[in-house]
Design a protein around this ligand. Structure first.
Ligand code: PLP
Length: 473
């Protein structure tokens, strides 16, 4: 990869370009008021815009491009699969690529060969939202077939994001994303507080006391709803965009697992963003010492080469369905799509062969060093957190009292947009996207990123921060 073209000149300062002088495109983009930069090509860690400018993709899109862009091994695997079997309806047929992909994902991963996750079946669909919806249905069907049809409550957490379909947004705890849809959210979804030690308010408490308080809140909710009415507890193992690479405090997940076990409630971990090696282990829950009942994965599964996500299920659930109807009462036209599966299989094969999970863990340490050095003493940097290549820098007006910037300042958004302007894409945090609270950016580059590219990303982010600060006064 040649070095990036300097990207300092007359670039619009906004990520989205106003297209006043051009006709509005027929494509419905997120925004009707502006249009995004067009990406003409992508290779390695870089995107090339139609303007010819290059951007270092330090967030892999949305933490997706784990092996970088333009990998010809993957494109060859895609073509080979298209020539073999491009499509069959996988509710009626099997294909080698889907069978091999499930084996590949469920087999012990070479990055942690002794880790026993207890998951025995995989289901694939097109997006994280779809597999989270599929999981909600499978969880309900499990209890229906088990003779507990009264269970109908899902417990999720504030500030969670699980996707955009009605099921997935209903279990998400981001109120701003639900505003126009008030009244049509799924019923029977209850929320508890986020496992967010950093932003907690009120009296000082130790990490252990905080965990106790969170668990007590869950227990009280279980009691109020009636533990025999609850289907599952759903959470991102490491919270993604909304909270910014936020790990739960130590002991939280084992305590939640125990509580779920006590009442026969299923534990559904959403690793759509934090899974597939992103935090330095293949599954983020490997670091928590627990075994979930259902795990959803996405983003890095196909590395962006195909729209593919997955639901992984343990034998407790499968046994009940097997002894019952033997049919998962759900399906999609494009589930386990043969080409998507072949692509994901190839991407995951590269991850194994090139030891990219291990590399992600190592590069994560490097990224942390660079961030800490660049932002040492920075007045408005409140926190640098995360693990592997999944890290966040959070900004506050007063980091000592944890006073955020007033919303109208849009500090995080300004940092993100200025970073882009200077040639590096970082991922916008919640405050930047949907009017939710918080000012942070995420750095989630391909696992193949070089040290030099990491350095460019961090130096550029710091420059953008400095520019944003000087613009404040
Ligand atoms: N779950 C998590 C944790 C996510 O971060 C996302 C997307 O950002 C989703 C689910 C939804 O995935 P998708 O956008 O592929 O539907």
């Amino acid at each position: 990869m040649s070095s990036p073209k300097a990207d300092r000149e007359s670039e619009p300062t906004l990520l989205s370009v106003q297209g006043d002088d051009e006709p509005e495109p027929a494509l419905l983009h997120r925004s009707l008021a502006s249009r995004p930069h067009n990406v003409e090509s992508a290779s390695g860690s870089y995107l090339t815009l139609s303007s010819g400018r290059q951007k270092l993709d330090a967030c892999g899109g949305a933490a997706v491009a784990i092996i970088g862009h333009g990998n010809t091994e993957v494109t060859e695997a895609a073509v080979a699969q298209m020539l073999k079997v491009s499509y069959v309806h996988t509710m009626q047929y099997g294909t080698d690529s889907s069978l091999e992909l499930s084996n590949c994902i469920l087999a012990p991963h070479p990055s942690s060969p002794n880790f026993d996750h207890g998951l025995v079946k995989a289901y694939f669909a097109g997006s994280g939202s779809e597999v989270n919806d599929a999981a909600l249905k499978l969880e309900k069907q499990y209890f229906f077939e088990k003779g507990e049809p009264q269970r109908k409550v899902y417990v999720s957490r504030q500030q969670a994001y699980h996707g955009g379909t009605i099921g997935a947004i209903s279990i998400s705890g981001m109120p701003a994303r639900k505003v126009p849809y008030d009244g049509i959210m799924m019923p029977h979804v209850e929320f508890v507080g986020a496992a967010d030690a950093f932003h907690r308010k009120g009296k000082a408490e130790t990490e252990g006391e905080f965990v106790e308080r969170l668990v007590k809140e869950i227990e009280e909710l279980f009691e109020r709803a009636g533990p025999k009415n609850i289907i599952s507890f759903i959470g991102e193992t490491v919270s993604g965009a909304a909270l910014g690479c936020m790990s739960a405090p130590k002991g939280y997940w084992p305590a939640v697992r125990e509580l779920c076990n006590k009442h026969g409630i299923l534990l559904h971990l959403d690793e759509v963003m934090c899974g597939m090696g992103r935090t330095g282990t293949y599954f983020a829950f490997e670091q928590e010492g627990i075994k979930p009942d259902i795990v959803t994965i996405g983003k890095g599964l196909g590395g962006g080469y195909a729209p593919i996500a997955g639901m992984l299920i343990n034998d407790k659930i499968i046994d009940v369905i097997r002894k019952g109807t033997s049919v998962f009462n759900h399906g999609h036209t494009f589930q386990a799509h043969p080409v998507s599966c072949a692509i994901a299989l190839n991407v995951q094969g590269i991850v194994k062969r090139d030891k990219l999970v291990e590399r992600c863990a190592k590069k994560g340490e490097k990224l942390r060093q660079l961030l800490e050095a660049a932002f040492a003493g920075a007045e408005y940097v409140a926190d640098i957190r995360g693990g592997g290549l999944f890290q966040t820098v959070e900004f506050m007006q007063d980091p000592y009292t944890k006073k955020p910037f007033p919303k109208h300042v849009g500090f995080g958004a300004k940092v993100q947009l200025t970073t882009f302007d200077l040639g590096v894409a970082v991922y916008p945090g919640a405050g930047t996207v949907d009017g939710e609270e918080g000012d942070h950016v995420l750095i989630a580059p391909p696992y193949t990123i070089s040290d030099e590219e990491l350095q460019i990303a961090v130096v550029t982010l710091k420059k953008a921060y400095d520019k944003t600060v000087s613009g404040l006064f």
